[in-house]
Design a binder for this molecule. Structure first.
Ligand code: PLP
Length: 400
């Protein structure tokens, strides 16, 4: 008898976690491995935020919270949207969940009927298509072009929309490309969306605080009229180096938030009480200085990676505008041969070779739906980044 449901058969373990696990195995065998696969800040959670969680623990804030989150945190999130982006958000427009990932899952679960379509530009964060599949939807993948900065164009969006389109997912700053949509680009996409009022927008702004030249424009600041059908997804994971606390949120129209709350009430109930206390302290400014320190560190590393890889034969770095990922074209290495004669056929071979030859772990572009590329996370120390650049240079040069 078949044990797994059709939906579960569509679920896969994250390819990013798999790449990390392979690197960890080699490191355990005693090899020197530089792991640049991870999607999490290398900083510790700032001490004042930890202290706030400690105080909440001592106060006995250790019980169930309301399903949609504590009133204080929902208010603080709404307040942030009002003050940062001038949006008319109230606490009732906010749901707090176990990370932004769960918000995305709840949103798809609460809205997709079998066969409904979700437009996802590639390269994408793999959770987008996988969460769509688990929830019975069909992902419509739209491949973006290097020449367009790996951003969805209005024309490509128009062509992808059908009567069955339920959602468009936009992620800016983007994982894995580091692309940031400009205000004019968002305005042009919004114009297409106005022609298709049945399409909801999932605006994933998880890397909002990690930008290099100018702050990323917010979709709803550019197109406030889309607020009635947009779910903004964010959280503390990347912004405050709090990945393990598992606190994220969605901000959207009340009926949608209510539906997410209803699903969450049967999935997990309210998120962790201590995590919410810590997130509240973060939003109230307990560690505001950390944001700029972290942002500048990522900006410096982004430059270091772009400059360091620029001279390596066969590689093409696309300088990120935000997030902590470098997106590297490896077309110039496809067709080369490893010293033992084995051909390099795709970006997976390139990633394998970097690990095998020089102990540098990165993730193949195929995991993000676009090849031939590599994703390198620079949420790592300057020393590791410099060593990795040197090793990647040696490995690439060894290919003939
Ligand atoms: N969105 C994007 C694009 C991400 O890369 C991530 C984390 O990797 C998330 C959302 C979710 O983060 P979390 O569930 O930790 O809030």
């Amino acid at each position: 008898p078949r044990v797994l449901s059709r939906r579960a058969r569509g679920a896969e373990l994250s390819p990013i976690a798999a790449a990390g696990a392979r690197a960890a195995r080699l490191a355990a065998e005693g090899r020197s491995i530089i792991v640049l696969t991870s999607g999490e800040p290398d900083f510790d959670t700032p001490a004042p935020i930890k202290d706030a969680a400690g105080a909440a623990l001592a106060r006995g804030q250790t019980k169930y919270t309301p399903t949609a989150g504590t009133a204080a945190l929902r208010q603080a999130v709404a307040q942030r949207y009002r003050s940062r982006h001038g949006l008319e958000a109230a606490a009732a427009n906010v749901i707090v969940s176990n990370g932004g990932k769960q918000v995305i899952y709840l949103a798809l679960n609460a809205t997709l009927d079998d066969g409904d379509e979700v437009i996802v530009p590639a390269p994408y964060w793999p959770t987008f298509p996988d969460a769509v599949r688990i929830n019975g939807g069909e992902t419509v993948i739209v491949r973006t072009q290097a020449g367009q900065g790996f951003k969805l164009t209005p024309q490509a969006l128009r062509e992808a929309i059908t009567a069955r389109t339920k959602w468009l997912i936009l992620n800016s700053p983007a994982n894995p490309s580091g692309a940031v949509y400009g205000a004019d680009e968002l305005a042009a996409l919004a114009a297409v969306l106005r022609e298709a009022p049945h399409v909801l927008v999932l605006w994933d702004e998880m890397y909002e605080a990690i930008w290099f030249d100018q702050p990323p424009p917010h979709l709803l600041a550019v197109a406030p009229d889309l607020a009635g059908r947009t779910l903004a997804v964010n959280g503390v994971s990347k912004t405050y180096a709090m990945t393990g606390w598992r606190i994220g949120w969605g901000v959207g129209p009340q009926p949608l938030i209510h539906a997410l709350e209803a699903v969450q009430s049967q999935v997990s109930s309210g998120a962790s009480s201590l995590g919410q206390a810590a997130a509240l302290a973060a939003l109230q400014g307990a560690a505001e200085g950390f944001l700029e320190t972290a942002r500048l560190a990522y900006a410096r590393r982004a430059r270091r990676v772009a400059d360091g890889l620029a001279g390596i034969p066969g590689l093409r770095v696309h300088a990120p505008q935000g997030s902590f990922f470098a997106w590297i074209g490896v077309e110039g290495l496809i067709g080369a041969r490893r010293p033992d004669g084995r051909p390099v056929e795709h970006d997976g071979d390139v990633a394998d070779w970097l690990l095998e030859a020089e102990g540098v772990a990165v993730v193949r572009g195929a995991a993000y739906g676009l090849s031939p590329y590599l994703r390198l996370s620079f949420a790592a120390s300057d020393a590791d980044i410099d060593a990795a650049i040197e090793r990647i240079g040696r490995a690439a040069t060894a290919l003939a």
